[in-house]
Ligand binder design. Structure first.
Ligand SMILES: Cc1ncc(COP(=O)(O)O)c(C=O)c1O
Length: 488
């Protein structure tokens, strides 16, 4: 008897549990396995794989550590804070601690330059943005319904919005020739595509700022989008979890600002998702928020939040931290400063190797344009190059296809989840790789019969090292989930 079926072929597990919309067979997670087997360490494993597929933000952990040490009362596990233990341990109201909702609402306003305020009574908590995105989808759509989603987009949206809800995602194709702009034409085209297939479109989902592009939508585009969803009378879900990672101009514009400035906009259609995972670098705290302007959605989402509440211990600590204005101001200023420096270090470093990145000013990553290194402009060639980079350059980055780019050759690289020295090592490896490629090109020019070797700088074949999807982890006798430690 296998895990899934009895000897007589009966399905042991549910249809949802066994369908493949969990997304773990994406190439996005395959790179994780290569990293897991051979992780880089400056002294213990200097030739190992450097993890650049992880959008984590630990650059200001020193500030958070300092705050925790200075505020022992905020934690129930200290002699100064233990008095709160009984109340905190016993609190189970799914509205959340009032001080938590107040502090989160205030923080959301601060991240948006205090140009807009948020009502604490509309704050619904969830297990990270992952839980928040699923909860809002459950509230808005039925199995078989569809959400439009501009591509490229965050790979785990397929799982978060679609796996358990049965909702389909219909890509809105955005092209590099147009700087991946979302406009009325591409939105209409996606709608027509759904209509032709007889699929009911319930909403449009956008991530603003975008993961993977590292850019935010301008006010004009946001207005166009709000007008579009109003015309169609469909929902708009805006994932703003990277809002506070905007490190240079133009400043981030929240959907909240646009909605509040637009006359006649049906606010009942508008919902915002936030989390502390990227802005504060606290993905382990699992603090996610659904903020809806629709009263009925707030009520439904709150009921559903019973399945993914934030622990009261975390609420208690976060409430104290986010209520400390001086700390939050300093943290946000320092965080964007450090991100800007790191972004510059990385993009200038790869530029020296002749690699350009899609121009970005937000997020924890950039998209490198490696179209010129592809043997031909196909998905296969992109994956070939990606395997080569993992196996020979020993860097785990994410191929654009896993983000649903409509053209091959883009690669997302995260730059914040490591120290400066490791970035330096990664840059040296990339520069050496490109240099080897150039030498190889010269050889091809003088010996055209060697053309097929263009990407085979070494004899080793990528496939030998990067395992194909759904293979078994080196650490575990059973199927290992890369999502255990990968959520980005
Ligand atoms: C756009 C987007 N939404 C949601 C998530 C999930 O965030 P969380 O860790 O808060 O669940 C991510 C993680 O990378 C993301 O990039």
């Amino acid at each position: 008897m296998s895990f899934m079926k009895t000897k007589s072929g009966h399905q042991l597990l549910s249809r949802i549990a066994t369908d493949d919309r969990h997304g773990e067979n994406s190439h996005y997670f395959d790179g994780w396995k290569a990293y897991d087997r051979d992780p880089y360490h400056a002294t213990n494993n200097p030739n190992g794989v450097i993890q650049m597929g992880l959008a984590e933000n630990p650059l200001c952990y020193d500030l958070i550590t300092e705050w925790i040490l200075k505020n022992p009362k905020a934690s129930i596990c200290t002699s100064q804070g233990v008095d709160a233990f009984k109340n905190i341990a016993n609190f189970q109201d799914y509205h959340g601690l009032p001080e938590f909702r107040n502090a989160v609402a205030k923080f959301m306003g601060k991240v948006r330059g205090d140009r807009v305020t948020f009502d604490p009574d509309r704050i619904v908590m969830s297990g990270g943005a992952t839980g928040a995105n699923e909860a809002i989808t459950f509230c808005l759509a039925d199995p078989g319904d569809a959400f439009l989603i501009p591509s490229p987009y965050y790979p785990a949206f397929d799982r978060d919005l679609g796996w358990r809800t049965g909702v389909q995602l219909i890509p809105v194709k955005c092209e590099s020739s147009n700087n991946f702009k979302i406009n009325k034409e591409c939105l209409e085209a996606a709608c027509e595509n759904a209509q032709q297939k007889n699929i009911r479109v319930k909403g449009l989902v956008i991530a603003n700022p975008s993961n993977p592009l590292g850019t935010a939508l301008d006010r004009h585009t946001l207005k166009e989008i709000v007008t579009f969803i109003n015309e169609k009378q469909i929902h708009l879900v805006c994932d703003e979890i990277f809002a506070a990672t905007t490190f240079s101009s133009p400043a981030f514009v929240s959907l909240a600002e646009v909605v509040e400035s637009m006359e006649g906009c049906n606010r009942n259609l508008v919902h915002i998702v936030c989390s502390l995972s990227k802005e504060m670098g606290l993905p382990g705290f699992r603090v996610g928020i659904v903020y809806s302007y629709n009263d009925a959605v707030v009520v439904c989402a709150r009921r559903m939040s019973s399945f993914g509440l934030v622990s009261t211990q975390t609420q208690h600590l976060v409430a104290a931290m986010l209520s400390d204005d001086e700390f939050v101001n300093r943290f946000l200023a320092e965080s964007t400063k450090r991100l800007a420096i790191r972004h510059k270090l990385f993009t200038e470093g790869v530029a020296r190797a002749g690699i350009s990145c899609f121009k970005s000013n937000t997020g924890l990553f950039v998209c490198m344009d490696l179209r010129h290194l592809l043997q031909d402009q196909t998905l296969e060639a992109e994956l070939e190059l990606w395997r080569l980079i993992i196996n020979d350059v020993k860097i785990n980055l994410s191929p654009g296809s896993s983000f649903h780019f409509s053209e091959p050759g883009w690669f997302r690289v995260c730059f914040a989840n490591m120290d400066d020295e490791t970035v330096g090592v990664a840059l040296k490896r990339i520069q050496a790789f490109v240099h080897r490629g150039r030498e190889n090109d010269e050889t091809i020019k003088s010996k055209p019969w060697r053309k097929n070797l263009r990407l085979s700088f070494k004899s080793r074949r990528g496939e030998e090292i990067v395992m194909s999807p759904r293979l078994i982890s080196p650490h575990s006798p059973i199927l290992h989930s890369p999502l255990v430690n990968a959520r980005t």
